[in-house]
Design a protein around this ligand. Structure first.
Ligand code: NAP
Length: 309
């Protein structure tokens, strides 16, 4: 059976960049993806903040160029679902339904996914008014209304950030008290552009190509509010938590709140196993930080294989 130098699990920006660096270092490299390449970024209609992105670049366009780069460096790609891993020892074994793959080192780049609310219209309007990333999409809502869903640190911090662009930001929270840290709450309460809608859940997100309405339900009174956008469209930013995609690694590598712990060289608690991108414990989850992690992980995988580290 073939033994790879590096097996990369996940083909978002972190995994693809790790592939580019490992391939370029002439390591025998395999990227394993569950579905199509891209990760969360392919949900973004326009990526303005990735350095060097072209005008109008979509997440998919950027990812497609990364995929082409991996091919140029001879990286193999495989679409299958890994169902179990053996990471201890010199030879790592990745088990899929259709067989086993062996590698001397592994880079985990399985990413994270935002939690969905699960209401009608949510998935339909992703990238068309529904967003899970204020840094990525906030600028598209210049002078419009934005509804932020959630009451944790992310929701409230991002609501404050979104006031840079929006005319008005409504924070819709399912209780009458925020979960966010008090210091963050205070900033939001002082911000004239932010209004809170308490005890409310989202029943539906409506639109006609782009989001132009939201239906809220007050949990205490049962009252339904059918809100229409004052302009032709509005933003709905959903921050109800994230889930790292790490089930496979539970009890195998050190984690914190489900995210994989690494040092700054992307090394996990197991020699020869690295993690890169949104899957690891970190503060800023962006394409630019994911690609940086991927590069660092591949360089240190190479050093590990050479016995330098
Ligand atoms: P979180 O703390 O899990 O908060 C999720 C929020 O979404 C909660 O307010 C929750 O309501 C609400 N929610 C959950 N499911 C919902 C649903 N189905 N419908 C409507 N609302 C729903 O997530 P997070 O804000 O992303 O933060 C994640 C972690 O990162 C936290 O530990 C946080 O402290 C940390 N973080 C820290 C900072 C910082 O320190 N600056 C910034 C961002 C994140 P309930 O309150 O009713 O449960």
């Amino acid at each position: 059976m073939e033994v790879y130098d590096v097996a990369i699990i996940g083909s978002g920006p972190a995994g693809l960049t790790a592939g580019i660096y490992a391939g370029r270092a002439r390591l025998k490299t395999l990227i394993i993806e569950k579905q199509q390449a891209g990760g969360q970024i392919v949900q973004t209609e326009e990526v303005e903040n990735y350095p060097g992105a072209l005008e109008g670049d979509t997440g998919t366009a950027i990812v497609n160029r990364m995929v082409e780069q991996t091919k140029k460096f001879g990286v193999e790609k495989l679409s299958t679902e890994i169902v179990d891993v053996e990471l201890e020892g010199d030879l790592k074994v990745l088990k899929a339904k259709d067989g086993e793959y062996k590698a001397k080192s592994v880079i985990i780049a399985t990413g994270a996914e935002p939690r969905f609310i699960g209401c009608p219209g949510e998935k339909e309007f992703i990238g068309k008014g529904v967003s899970y990333c204020a840094t990525c999409d906030g600028a598209f809502f210049e002078d419009l209304e934005i509804y932020v869903i959630g009451g944790g640190d992310t929701a409230v911090e991002e609501a404050i950030f979104l006031t840079k662009f929006a005319r008005k930001v409504y924070v819709v929270h399912r209780r009458d008290e925020l979960r966010a840290a008090k210091s963050i709450q205070e900033k939001a309460f002082k911000n004239d552009k932010i209004e809170f809608i308490w005890d409310s859940t989202v029943e539906e997100i409506k639109g006609d190509g782009l989001v132009n309405g939201i239906v809220l339900k007050n949990k205490k009174t049962g009252e339904i509010q059918d809100i229409k956008a004052e302009d032709s469209m509005m933003g709905v930013f959903i921050f109800v938590g994230y889930k790292p995609i790490t089930k496979l690694f539970e009890g195998k590598v050190d984690m914190e709140r489900g995210y994989i712990k690494t040092d700054e060289d992307m090394k996990t608690s197991i020699p020869g196993v690295f993690a890169a991108g949104d899957v690891r414990v970190k503060n800023l989850r962006q394409v630019v930080t994911a690609t940086a992690d991927g590069a660092i992980a591949a360089v240190h995988a190479e050093k590990y294989l050479e016995g330098i580290e």
